[in-house]
Design a protein around this ligand. Sequence first.
Ligand SMILES: C[S@@+](CC[C@H](N)C(=O)[O-])C[C@H]1O[C@@H](n2cnc3c(N)ncnc32)[C@H](O)[C@@H]1O
Length: 268
Amino acid sequence: MPDLYADISNVPPEIQERLAGVLEARAADARQKEMLNVYLSEIAFPMGARVLEIGCGTGAVTRTLAGWPGVSEAVGIDLSAIFIAKARELSKGVRNISFEIADGRSVSLADASFDVVVVHTTLSHVPEPKELLDQAYRLLRSGGWLAVFDGDYATATVSTGDADPLNACIDAFRSGFVHDPWLIRRLPALMAAAGFSVQPARSHGYVEEPQAGYLLTWIDRGADVLVQNGRIGGDMAEALKAEARRRSAGNEWFGHIAFASILARKAV
Ligand SMILES: C[S@@+](CC[C@H](N)C(=O)[O-])C[C@H]1O[C@@H](n2cnc3c(N)ncnc32)[C@H](O)[C@@H]1O
């Protein structure tokens, strides 16, 4: 099963609507907000900064950027017309924000027109990450900042012991929904190859306990992938989903994934 976000324009509208809900729910999670705040705080936004988010989805991160100290204008671009329509709806009344449908690998915006470019949980979904990084470099002013935040998806687990069956769902989600789960580990080299001066990566540990949160969506979507791939039947999928809920209801849930942020600058 291909990564849905990598080919989002061809995903049925009802599934895009569901993903839009997942994106907004994830962005509302206090720990997700904290990780965003931590890495944005490491960027020296110039006064009056113009900021671009590539792969903005429903615009949750772009909305935060629009309200960030020093930011005069925030622009979000995404491949999905459905996400962009939602992003516009959710930011009604915010005067310094705009959204456009665009492919981050070939953007028509002007050279050197942004002070900061943010790519938040998007690059691992892009089959040609170097093309997107080249665009970010072109769009930044000299001295401008690139911030990439993504899951180090290989670390994701809800395991409570060896051969925990729920890990089959985690594995299936990872291979079904993320184009390159290992991207974060080769990202510093890719950013340097695009011309950036790269700062050390920061790891953000995301722990869910004793009840399930975002990682429960991995169980549900992973179980569905296993059914679609003919690996298990529908009853087994329902049993796996029920087991996840049993643990959560009994305060026995433990999920972990490490995210990473990597900042880089275009030379002055
Ligand atoms: C996991 S979502 C993250 C959305 C948003 N950054 C957030 O954190 O809520 C990944 C997003 O990347 C978008 N995307 C994937 N490939 C893209 C590309 N080549 N250009 C622009 N957006 C892309 C998808 O449509 C999707 O909205």
